[in-house]
Design a protein around this ligand. Structure first.
Ligand SMILES: Cc1cc2nc3c(=O)[nH]c(=O)nc-3n(C[C@H](O)[C@H](O)[C@H](O)COP(=O)(O)OP(=O)(O)OC[C@H]3O[C@@H](n4cnc5c(N)ncnc54)[C@H](O)[C@@H]3O)c2cc1C
Length: 328
């Protein structure tokens, strides 16, 4: 049995939120921290003038019975809706397959809105980049770049962040956790967000591609409850993104824009780009989450299970449930 009164969760992506939800359901005291001013992590959206674009996770699916039930509760609360856009495999300017088999869901009116709904009744400290954790007797003290020492102390810390960022925070002497983090390789993703004054004429709303540089492109305004203004998200293959990982946005944008214009046959009105340095795990590990009772550190995230919203949620939820089991 472990005595835990105050739990800190670093990261308000879907893993951190799921873990918090499980812990709060049994009456634990939980505080979440995120370096960003808003929740959702890689389930992220951008607004620009009158356009909205999902530039991280594009949609999610529900495979396990447990996640299907969570998804159904979000549907009834109007946090998400099915995306009924036409999704295809596209090669050499031709549709090679139409993918009708999968039910895809999106946040309303943007992917990150789901996270906003879910944390509404949680205690979250935004714009707090946790840069150091220190063990003092049986407690953990946190420090953030913005505030310095966080006033509360914690009995247990959950790292719901990508492995490189977790490794930077976990003290080097905790070698078992350092090893798990250093084994995981995350792949990057350069992303183009294209805003168009006129409709792009392509026979689909989302397409898996093989052509360089893109692996996926999608029409944001084909998703439910979006603005009517035409905006597209185009995501580059991990190999291509790795090749250009040290380039600046200004250097990469001409390459992404010209490749996108070649696919659409139309010139791009305006655009932005984003590098996801830790987009997806190359291959997940053997454990869905980690709970180290000696150091009182838990780790969860998509990179331990599967780089999807469902994978992140399941990892966080399983860690929360495991902690509930061993608390006195
Ligand atoms: C380009 C792209 C496309 C994708 N497409 C899909 C898709 O279509 N469908 C799908 O299911 N999945 C998709 N994914 C994967 C999905 O987004 C992730 O698997 C999931 O969002 C990961 O959630 P997480 O909670 O594990 O981590 P994250 O979402 O990365 O959350 C980690 C959080 O921790 C915060 N953080 C990090 N370090 C610190 C620190 N030191 N202090 C405080 N806060 C910190 C970050 O700000 C972030 O909010 C995509 C991902 C990317 C990048």
């Amino acid at each position: 049995m472990m005595k835990v009164e105050n739990i800190a969760i670093i990261g308000t992506g879907m893993a951190g939120i799921a873990c918090a939800k499980a812990l709060l359901a049994t009456g634990n005291k939980v505080t979440l921290f995120d370096k960003s001013p808003r929740p959702g992590g890689r389930m992220s959206s951008r607004t620009f003038e009158h356009w909205i674009a999902d530039h991280g996770a594009q949609y999610f699916t529900a495979k396990s019975e447990s996640f299907k039930s969570v998804t159904n509760s979000w549907l009834t609360q109007d946090f998400i809706k099915p995306w009924l856009g036409k999704v295809v495999a596209y090669k050499n300017n031709q549709i090679v397959n139409v993918d009708n088999t999968v039910q895809r869901y999106v946040g309303i009116p943007a992917m990150n809105a789901l996270a906003k709904h879910l944390v509404a009744d949680m205690k979250v400290c935004f714009s707090q980049t946790i840069c150091k954790i220190e063990r003092v007797k049986d407690s953990w003290i946190l420090f953030s770049k913005e505030q310095g020492q966080i006033q509360d102390s914690f009995d247990l810390i959950i790292m719901a962040i990508p492995p490189k960022q977790a490794a930077d925070l976990i003290p080097k002497r905790i070698t078992n956790l350092q090893e798990v983090c250093s084994r995981a390789k995350m792949l990057p993703c350069w992303t183009l967000i294209a805003y168009q004054d006129s409709k792009i004429v392509l026979p689909f709303d989302g397409a898996f591609m093989e052509e360089n540089p893109f692996s996926w492109i999608a029409r944001n305004n084909s998703k439910p409850a979006r603005s009517n203004h035409e905006s597209w998200t185009a995501q580059a293959h991990p190999e291509w993104s790795s090749k250009y990982i040290n380039y600046t946005n200004q250097e990469v944008e001409p390459l992404l824009v010209s490749a996108f214009e070649k696919i659409t046959g139309q010139s791009c009105t305006s655009y932005q780009s984003h590098l996801w340095r830790y987009a997806r795990v190359e291959s997940p590990g053997n454990e869905s989450f980690i709970l180290d009772k000696n150091s009182r550190i838990g780790i969860c995230g998509d990179w331990l299970l599967h780089s999807t919203i469902e994978g992140a949620w399941t990892s966080g939820q399983m860690l929360g449930q495991q902690i509930n089991k061993i608390l006195d």
